[in-house]
Design a binder for this molecule. Sequence first.
Ligand code: 4AD
Ligand code: MG
Length: 465
Amino acid sequence: MSNEKRTRIVDLLRSTDVDREVVVKGWVRTKRGNKNVAFVAMNDGSTINNIQVVVDVAAFDGELLRKITTGACLRVTGTLVKSLGSGQPVEVQAREIEIYGEADPESYPLQKKGHSLEFLREIAYLRPRTNTFGAVLRIRHAMAYAIHKYFNDRGFYYLHTPLITASDCEGAGAMFNVTTLDLNNVPRTPEGEVDYAQDFFGKPCNLTVSGQLEGELGALALSQIYTFGPTFRAENSNTPRHLAEFWMVEPEVAFNDLEDNMELAEDFLKYLVRYALEHCQDDLQFLNKMFDEGLLERLKFITDNDFVRLDYTEGVKILQESGEKFEFPCDWGCDLQSEHERYLVERHFKKPVILINYPKDIKAFYMKQNDDGRTVRAMDVLFPKIGEIIGGSEREADYAKLNARVEELGMNKESIWWYLDTRRFGSAPHSGFGLGFERLLLFVTGMANIRDVIPFPRTPKNAEF
Ligand code: 4AD
Ligand code: MG
C-alpha cells in the first residue's frame, strides 16, 4: 500500500486517459447524494477544482460512509471515468475507500458554508484547506518561483544576508531585539546601562529590517545580486498593508544609476504580473469572481501601461492643486500617505507611478544626494490599491558625502564601519530596491488585507500558530 501511486487531482482533471484505475488522496470538501449513491468532492491542494468521487452506497459499509464528512482525509481507489454531470470532465467511481483521518462535524471549524476572512484568520492553522487560501498559497509559491527565475535568467546571484544584525538599515528604529540576557535579571554596567558585553553576541543585536547593507557588499563584488528573505519591523502599525514579519526581495546592482534602477523595477514587476496571468489562471479567475471583480483587469493594466516617472516635487504640486480633501494635507517635505499615493495612481495618472527625488530628511542615510542639497535619488513605485509596493534608490557612493550624512544624523558608526569602508575600497555607482513580497501578493491576488496573503501573519499582539 505504501508504494501505490497517487495521482494529483490537478492531473486527474486534465486527463483524457479514462477507464483506468487510479488512486486519489485528499480531504473531503462536501458530500451529497441519496440512499443509492453519494457524491464526494475531494481536494488535495493541487488545484482550486475538486474531483468528484461517486460512491455506490450498497457496496460499502454504512459505518465507513458515515465517517466521510467535510474535512475528513481519504484514500480512494477506483476507476477514472468520463463524467456524465456537467460540473467536471471526469470523476472517480469508487471501488475501495480508506479513511486516513476523520473530522468530527460537531467540532471541525470549516464547514460547507463560506466563512468570513476574519474568522479564517482565527483558525489560520486550517485555512489552507479553503478554496481562497489554496488559491492564495499557490499564487504565493508561483510568485516566489518567478522571482528566482527572473533573476537567475538575467545573471543575478541569490545572496543570503543575515537575519540577525547589529545595524539598522532604515534608521527607523523599529527593530526587534535579539538577546539571551535574563530579562528578570539584566546585567548592568557600573554606569547602570544594560551590559551587552555579557549578551550572546557581546553587543546589542536585532532582527534585520532589510538585507540591503549586506546586499550592497555582494553587489560590489558580484555586480548583480538579489536577496529574498524574511525581514522584521516592530512598527506598531495595525494597517491592512503592514506586517511585523514580511518577506522582501532586494536586488542590488553595481553600475546602475537611478534610471537603470527604475527600468529594472518596471520590467521586474511586469514580468511577475505576466507570469501570474500565464500560470495561475484558475486561481486568479476564482479570486476575481469571489473577491475582486476588477482583479484581472488591474493585472492587465500593469502589463499594458508604461509607468509614469515623476519628481516628488511635481507630485506634491499635483496633490496640492487637486482640490482633494486629504485626511493628512501634504506640503513639500511631507512623507506621502497611501491616500496621496493612490490619488496620483488611481485618479490623476491612471497608471503606475515611480516617484523620485524625495526630500533627504524623509529618506534613509544611504541614498545618493542630489546637487540641490535637499533631495536624494530615491524612488518609490506606487501601485493602484496598494500605494508603495517598491522602495529603492541609487546609493551614495562617495565616502565623504556618505560619512558627512552619517555624522549629520548622529548615527552609530561602530555598527556600520564596514559599510562605510566599501566607499573607500573600490567604490562604484550602484542602485537597488526592495519589493515587499506580501504587497506584491496583495496586488496579484486582489486580497484586501495583508494578513490574508501570508500563511501565518505576525502583527502587533498576534503571533499565534
Ligand atoms: O521602503 P522600504 O523600507 O525600503 C527598504 O527597506 C530598502 N532597504 C529597500 C532597498 O532599497 N533595498 O521597504 C521596501 C518595501 C516597501 O516598499 C514595501 O513594499 C515593503 O518593503 N514593506 C512592508 N511590507 C509589509 N509590511 C511592512 N511593515 C513593510 N514595510 C515595508
Ligand atoms: Mg519605503
